[in-house]
Design a protein around this ligand. Structure first.
Ligand SMILES: Nc1ncnc2c1ncn2[C@@H]1O[C@H](COP(=O)(O)OP(=O)(O)OP(=O)(O)O)[C@@H](O)[C@H]1O
Ligand SMILES: [Mg+2]
Length: 592
């Protein structure tokens, strides 16, 4: 069932990518495949005509030969360029489709599971080669047309000769096993290949250059890469050699059998059982049968490759479909009236059994600013990611004004979110774009400048040679590199592009700023947020290790080992004298 679907996917993708080109090419390759053996038949007619002195047979033979030549010529001249174009179209289509499918997956799970990541990489890497699928398909049409013609001709001489192509089938088998083994060697070395790619990236990257040099890791990296490469090539060469031996042996056996068949036909001709034309036909067909079985053998190899690529492609499409959260169609609310409630939320990362969050029950009231605190690894970022619905909770529910977040369309929910993260992305674009992409729907200069002012990034932009038009990042010749803190201010401004998000997630977006700057920024931000929150009921969730910032929140959530340990205002929690009070006292003492 699945193989049928894959064959269908292959056919339809090829024809959809270039309908007219593929149709014309199919006709041309089929004509060309029939032309060669037909010409051979023309030669045998010519010989018999000459031997029996029959002018009509001679004329027919010559006619077939000339006609075959003409068809081959036209098919060659017109066919090849068409085929190349069809191939490119197909590759382009698959590639575009792939990007579409993968970026369309709303969650992050596929980036987290190594088995999924492996297959994704495989499909991506092979996408350009899938264009070959169009050519292989044409080749398959040609092979069928050619096989039928050759079989017909051999059978017309003597039915026993039909055994020859059958013998040739052993070549198809040998090609298949050797290609499977080579493919397996290649697939087995994929994890190493990915590692090598990563290591090469690390060794080239300017950002890692500093640590590489401090710790003297350059040599170690090179040696590691080299030994991985050597192992990879060894396996592949081994597989190729084995395949060569099997293939060579089978081919030799087939050649000997064909020679015997030719001798047999000659003997029969001397006994008057076959004509001279028959001998010529069988002789001339020899290289064609060899080519044909060889062609099928090669084709089997490529069909295997294409089928494997398409089955991965099919798998990815199915995966995307299963993970598209298609059933989540409710629109996100335009404003919050009660708030966001976490009910017994538990979570383990995909592919792992250990619970990162357990039994988290919590209400984030509409219009409030909530701070999450807790030691490294407590689960704060994980909670933030669940609120953004990068994953669904493993157990329990997140309710937005009483509606399960799992039923809300991810696109709709995210259009109501904004976020700033500690490990923010340094988009190497112009300063205007770096901020403006925080809300692609309102990328006007005014909106960008307002966000920059909310994120206190004016000083960063003022220092840029071309202002907002300055290209950022070292990868460009005229690109300007910023400091960590400057990049972070722009990332913050980006988070402030959406003026009234229902949920603003700030996960240590100010870690690279000095404590004073962070405090100032939040004071200013909190004032603005209160006004906005009174209109839309928007919630701000803020993660920080700095208590001067945390204490400004309406509600503080203390997390420990994936559980909520305490909830309350700064004053409540201090009065309770538990973990929060302890941590606060520790930090306050350090500053005294
Ligand atoms: N992508 C992931 N896959 C598997 N486990 C993860 C992943 N990200 C985080 N974890 C694990 O989840 C736990 C909580 O991590 P999380 O990032 O939520 O902590 P955090 O409270 O934000 O810590 P920090 O203060 O250091 O930012 C950690 O034990 C971590 O090892
Ligand atoms: Mg974190």
């Amino acid at each position: 069932m699945r193989s049928l679907r894959i064959a269908w996917l292959w056919m339809t993708t090829s024809f959809k990518a270039a309908p007219l080109l593929m149709t014309i090419s199919s006709v041309l390759v089929a004509l060309r495949a029939v032309a060669a053996p037909t010409q051979t038949y023309g030669v045998s007619l010519l010989v018999d005509g000459l031997a029996g002195d029959r002018s009509s047979t001679i004329a027919l033979g010559i006619g077939i030969i000339v006609g075959g030549l003409a068809v081959s010529f036209v098919a060659d001249v017109v066919g090849w360029p068409l085929q190349d174009t069809a191939q490119e179209r197909m590759a382009g289509r698959v590639h575009a489709d792939l990007l579409d499918v993968t970026t369309g997956i709303p969650g992050l799970t596929h980036h987290e599971r190594p088995d999924v990541a492996d297959r994704l990489e495989l499909v991506r890497e092979r996408a350009w080669r899938m264009g070959v699928g169009a050519e292989v398909l044409l080749w398959a049409f040609a092979t069928v047309a050619n096989t039928v013609t050759v079989l017909g001709l051999l059978g017309s001489v003597h039915p026993l000769l039909l055994l020859l192509p059958l013998l040739g089938a052993s070549r198809i088998w040998s090609a298949y096993v050797s290609s499977t083994r080579q493919h397996k060697a290649w697939e087995d070395s994929l994890p190493q290949e990915r590692l090598v790619d990563r290591l090469i990236e690390v060794s080239k990257d300017a950002r890692t250059g500093l640590e590489l040099r401090v710790f003297g890791l350059g040599r170690v990296l090179v040696e590691r890469i080299f030994s991985l490469q050597t192992e990879r090539y060894r396996r592949r060469v081994e597989a190729a050699r084995w395949g060569g031996k099997v293939d060579g042996t089978v081919r030799l056996a087939f050649g000997l059998a064909y020679a015997a068949a030719v001798v047999w036909v000659i003997v029969r001709a001397r006994d008057g059982l076959q004509t001279a034309g028959d001998v010529v036909l069988v002789l001339l067909l020899a290289p064609q049968v060899d080519q044909m079985t060889g062609g099928i053998a090669q084709n089997v190899h490529w069909v295997g490759e294409v089928v494997r690529s398409f089955s991965r492609y099919d798998w990815l499409r199915e995966y995307a479909k299963d993970n598209s959260w298609r059933t989540s169609t409710d629109p996100a609310p335009a404003r919050l009236s009660s708030g966001i409630e976490l009910r017994n939320v538990g979570f383990s990362y995909p592919g792992s059994d250990s619970a990162v969050l357990s039994n988290v029950s919590l209400t984030l009231p509409a219009g409030s600013a909530v701070a999450l605190v807790g030691e490294n690894g407590a689960g704060k970022t994980t909670l933030v990611k669940l609120l953004a619905r990068m994953y669904d909770p493993t157990t329990g529910h997140i309710l937005v004004d009483g509606v399960d977040l799992a039923t809300i369309s991810p696109d709709s929910w995210r259009s109501q979110l904004s976020a700033g993260f500690q490990d923010f992305v340094k988009f190497e674009l112009t300063a205007r774009e770096v901020v403006g992409i925080g809300d692609v729907s309102s990328e006007s200069d005014d909106a960008v400048r307002a966000a920059i002012s909310r994120g206190e990034a004016e000083s960063v932009v003022a220092g840029l040679p071309l202002g907002l038009d300055t290209q950022l990042g070292k990868k460009f010749t005229d690109g300007v590199e910023l400091s960590g803190g400057q990049w972070q201010r722009l990332a913050l401004a980006r988070a402030f592009m959406r003026e009234r998000p229902l949920l603003l997630l700030l996960d240590e977006p100010t870690a690279a700023l000095d404590p004073d700057a962070e405090h100032r920024l939040y004071e200013q931000y909190a004032a603005a947020a209160r006004i906005a929150a009174s209109e839309t009921g928007g919630v701000t969730v803020l993660v920080s290790h700095r208590f001067s910032t945390v204490r400004m929140a309406d509600l503080i959530v203390v997390m420990h080992n994936g559980r909520v340990e305490e909830v309350g205002s700064h004053e409540d929690l201090l009065a309770a004298g538990a973990r929060y009070a302890e941590l606060f006292e520790l930090q306050a003492r350090a500053y005294r």
